[in-house]
Design a protein. Structure first.
Length: 201
């Protein structure tokens, strides 16, 4: 486990995390909502591991990317004017936007029409993505059968997943509420899950 402070992430520790990701590792990272499993977006094996950890079918599981900014999102997804304005008003924050995927999506996503994208209001994942140079794939560790203590306490998260992931980042206590999901893949934005974020239109 590595302790990283959200206010001022240590560049040496961030580089260490990125090295783990580049070597095909799966990590647990804090966000502005709940702690999440994460891997390099190009690491199809890592995505399979995350899906297994959550008992999900990779082809159907709801995985989302964390990007550093909206221009990076536009490399992997189609961003129209409506989505751009909404993201500009609400990012960074506890939101997931569903967008139509672009041709630059990794192989594993070629059969998907849409992708979830995030820019959380937390410097730790943002600095990891900046150093890595591309998005990280994430899926929250929050499931119905895990008690709140085990998804908020970094020590307990490590206890639960230590031998199943390559690195747990201690970024302080996490939350228990998912991000808010807005589907912008159709003609009009649709709020599909109310979560931590209150959307500004």
């Amino acid at each position: 486990m590595v302790r990283i402070y959200e206010e001022n992430p240590n560049p040496i520790q961030i580089r260490h995390v990125v090295e783990v990701l580049r070597n095909g590792g799966v990590i647990i990272v804090p966000t502005d909502s709940v702690y999440a499993f994460a891997c390099d977006i190009l690491n199809s094996n890592g995505i399979e591991i995350i899906s297994k950890l959550k008992n999900l079918d990779t082809r159907k599981s709801n995985l989302s990317f964390i990007c550093h900014d909206i221009s990076q999102i536009s490399e992997y997804a189609k961003v129209d004017d409506t989505a751009f304005k909404l993201m500009k008003k609400n990012f960074p924050g506890p939101f997931t936007f569903i967008l139509q995927g672009s041709s630059r999506l990794p192989k594993l996503f070629k059969n998907r029409k849409t992708v979830g994208v995030r820019i959380p209001n937390n410097n730790i994942p943002l600095e990891i993505v900046r150093e890595l140079g591309r998005p990280i794939m994430t899926s929250s560790i929050l499931t119905d059968d895990i008690t709140n203590e085990y998804i908020t306490s970094p020590e307990l998260i490590r206890e639960m997943y230590d031998n199943r992931v390559d690195l747990v980042i201690d970024g302080g206590f996490g939350g228990v509420v998912h991000s808010t999901i807005i589907d912008c893949s159709g003609d009009e934005p649709v709020l599909t899950r109310e979560g931590l974020g209150e959307i500004a239109y």
